[in-house]
Design a protein around this ligand. Sequence first.
Ligand code: ZN
Ligand code: ZN
Length: 813
Amino acid sequence: MPEKQYDPQSLELKWHERWNNDPSLYRPEEDTARPKYYVLEMLPYPSGELHIGHVRNYAIGDALARYKWMRGFNVLHPMGWDAFGLPAENAAIKNNRHPREWTLANIEAMKRQFRRMGFSYDWSREIATCEPEYYRWNQWFFLRMLERGLAYRKEALLNWCPECGTVLANEQVVEGCCWRHESTPVEQRALTQWFLRITEYAGELLEDLKQLEGCWPDRVLTMQRNWIGRSEGAEIDFQLEGSDRKLRVFTTRVDTIYGATCLILAPEHPALAGLIDDAQRVRVKQMIDDAARQDPGDLKKEGLFTGHYGINPYNHERIPVWIGNFVLLGYGTGAIMAVPAHDQRDFEFCKEYGIAIRPVIRPDDGDLADAATMTEAFPDYGVVEESGQWSGSTSEHARHAMADYARLSGFGQPAVTFRIKDWGISRQRYWGTPIPVIHCPNDGVVPVPDDQLPVLLPLDVKITGKGRSPLADDPEFINVTCPLCGGPARRESDTMDTFIDSSWYFYRYCDPHNSTEPFDREKIAYWFPIDQYIGGVEHAILHLIYSRFWTKMMRDLDLVPNNEPAARLFTQGMVIRDGAKMSKSKGNVVSADEMINRFGADTGRLFELFAAPPEKEMDWTDAGADGAYRFLGRVYRFVTRNADRQLPPGPCPGDAKALRKLHQTIRKITDDFETRWHFNTCVAAIMELMNELYAVEHDISATVMRDCLRNLVLILHPFAPYVTQELWEELGHSGPVFKQRWPSFDPELAKDPEAEIVVQVNGKKRATFAAPFATPDSQLQAKALAAAKSWIDGKQIVKIIVVPDKLVNIVVK
Ligand SMILES: [Zn+2]
Ligand SMILES: [Zn+2]
């Protein structure tokens, strides 16, 4: 057959159409006896436009899915849409288009692009989180959590983004600013909100990170550890002078307690109610408002003396009780003991207000500082001094001993506190899951009964983007009959944080059309945990902590058997273009459509995998893409012209070389898929194989050629599915390539041929050894010296003569 020219557009469209007309092509079998593999890329937000920066994530997942199919696994590889959220609302305000309409149109557009890229998704499992069939289960889970006290309501000062016009979770605040509006400082507002008690699981979320070591990127594990932020310390009660009330403080440095010179309470601390008068109350209110307007990073420390004193239970000293704007109600107990000599923040506060400074820790090899001349705190561990019976012990020892003493004496105990806070999930937004509760004047908060789910999000509302949820202004939605007393009541008008949608979506893929429960437990037991989860590192602490929490919560409801959602996590590197970050404002974004029209989907996929190791940043250049395009053309022409060329039956002189290279390449790629994922070197290896095949093209037997072409197509398939499917047909085979068996390699055939090296000592043959051809002289020398050891020991080596691939002669005297 004459060679054909590579025309990706017509070739890809042909297969694109055939694949689209076969909806069960990528559907796994409902056969739990088969080994399974669940590969998942994080579900995208349907922005409407797929660009080359997104393609990488999916190309990695798709290569893996195809490889695992070929290794005989029952592969689950689904895709869906994280379809609720702000951009749809913003677009609605801007373009006067309903968020649902905008979202569904975007989903259609992106789905078309996904299909055109040739990704192997089982679309029968597709989910969109904005559909009632999905979000009703958000509501169902919420009600289960409400029953167990894991969902609760409280008034709280919350992060408020004036740009978004809504509350932000702590995870959505980046350096004091909104995660979406990087230059907008977050404000504090007091609102009654719904929270999920993620802190209930803080210890377990931290502890179980150990199970993920080596399977999740270290960076992600570290970020999660820091976010959960476990501190070990002690809770200590200070008696209020002249009262039977106590103030409880949390400290990680109880070893410094003899240096405590005041107590400081958060301005919102409930104990203040009975401690301060009206004038002070006004000043505290002012303090809270002022603090809200400042960046938490450079908050000006402000304090107010309450006029009261607390008694230090260790030395019975009376110390003043202050209010400080920098003390957080949510950390520890909302009250601290200030030890200015050993904490820089306390030092600055006490200096400012003329409160005593008293050093009680000295460096291991130094003296106790003089309070009068201190210019900054000494925060390190050291030796405890001026501290009664603990004087002379190390900080490390005293921390534990003094906490135990507090427990034995009944005024405190060792304690652990976490940095992570409960998850505030109320949003004053329209495009999200309605929170399924009713507020009744007689009965208070009443859960919507299960049989009335879903609480449907009404479609005809006025969206303003400001202030409270538009649902509050929709009388048909808001006015209901109380399920308990039958009287008039109001629905909750806030919607849920969209991170709830993505906390459990991957379970729904296993049973996407179940209308009686979120999913069938048996199906989860088969498919979970996810074998390989793939996504951006930017989700290390938001999505990936929430979904771990959700899994543990569902496990405790006996809905799932697994502790963790994903056995392995991979975070791909970013795609940049010509060395610069891609952004709309720079106008350097390449859309997937543009890329496909110019090069074809295969080229785009291949180049994104070839240009860098998948975890590293990848630089898209047109020249690079062109190189990948030319390589695929080279493969295509070679296979088509040799597909049924008349060749000698063999053996031929080029056979061994061709087979060796082929088996080496299979070995390398197999090894890479199983371990390192260095797909860039895999593609490079296939390029080398092509070079070898070109070199022996006219020197090779029919059998070996057939073997080489067939296997070449198979091993290239995960990286370039269209052209390999076409070539598979050209070679006279039928059926999807990904359903073929992955080729095995023969270690004997893969072995490099070796030369026999003769070792001479003073010209006399003493030994031989085998070494690969073209082994460098220095390595041959070293091996020869070892082989001839008994003939040269104790002698002086005069010189060594190396004849490459043949001989090493050692001259001694
Ligand atoms: Zn914002
Ligand atoms: Zn009622």
